[in-house]
Design a protein around this ligand. Sequence first.
Ligand code: EPU
Length: 344
Amino acid sequence: MPLSSIAHAVDLTTLNTLGLVCQAEQLMDLYDLSQLPKVTEYVRGGMQVVVLGGGSNVVLPARISRLVVRVQLKGITLALARPDAWVIDVAAGENWHDFVASAMTQGWDGLENLALIPGSVGAAPVQNIGAYGVELDSRIESVTAWHIPEGRMVTFKREDCGFNYRDSMFKRAGLGHWLIVSVRFCLPRPWRAVLGYPDLVRHPGLAGTAMEEVNARQIFDAVCEIRRTKLPDPAVLGNAGSFFKNPVIPASQFETLKQHFAGIVAYPQADQSVKLAAGWLIEQCGWKGRRIGQVGVHTRQALVLVNYGQATAVELLALAQSIRQSVEEKFGVELEIEPVQVPA
Ligand code: EPU
């Protein structure tokens, strides 16, 4: 098939980690930057576009009439070995976890807390992935992206990416605007372990070791084990990780909630607001482990919704809506869906 050609009636069920039944009317695999002007041409001709990476943070409809562009750009290059940092360029189509593992093998430490997060490198900045005390934006120097409607390439410095908790300006711009082609990482030297997260410090692989003796491999292994214990493997049980963001509320609202719900799990933020553990709120509403038809709430982590079989987005979103309603009624807190919802 020539570059830039479009495949028709492509089944995306195995190309999204939720495993939602989905067919794309048109799909283009993007292997090379030279194909990008063609994408812009299609858009100018009236076609709408949606960019697909690893498919691990999307809720896909049963049928997509938009052109789906699947990013397959590959390549990992050490751009600079500065005394104060490793600077690494990575193409958007690289698998996130494989990159983290291979970086560590090269001695480029600093991403180990983010091990085993499903998805692609290009998708990672869109939702500013984060886990076990590290948010991706703290490891990014710049992001290079193609503006699809205008047909131009732009490199954004980290401070211009509008990063926030599970958010970025790429996400806010909406579907079909930016196609991330590569990410430049900056991993500070000397490396320092990030061990603030309670689950990590308690892990048997780390608990007995003095902080100065812990290495990146130990953290990587501990994070992988914790994730494997708590989170379902999408290859076995369809899911998109956390389905809701942890809600952030004003301190005054938190004080009132605490009077009614003494066990509420919360993390005070630097700006005096309070982030609540959505998993706790959902569990308290009795949803943990519940199944409705082909969809359900994971048995070990209430923040994760799962697909037991041939579910569609409609079924999954109906469950999400019921959960949001329960949490709103019981706690007066609004939950926001975390993955990107792709319209038909
Ligand atoms: N909790 C419950 N019941 C549950 C789940 C959690 O009570 O069913 C309470 C527990 O007290 C637990 C606390 O909530 O200690 C926090 O849970 P956990 O440590 O599992 O983290 P989380 O807040 O549920 C966030 C991220 C995860 C990330 C972990 C670890 C969000 C939306 N989720 O989850 O990210 O792996 O912290 O850093 O911020 C993802 O975004 O897809 C994701 C998996």
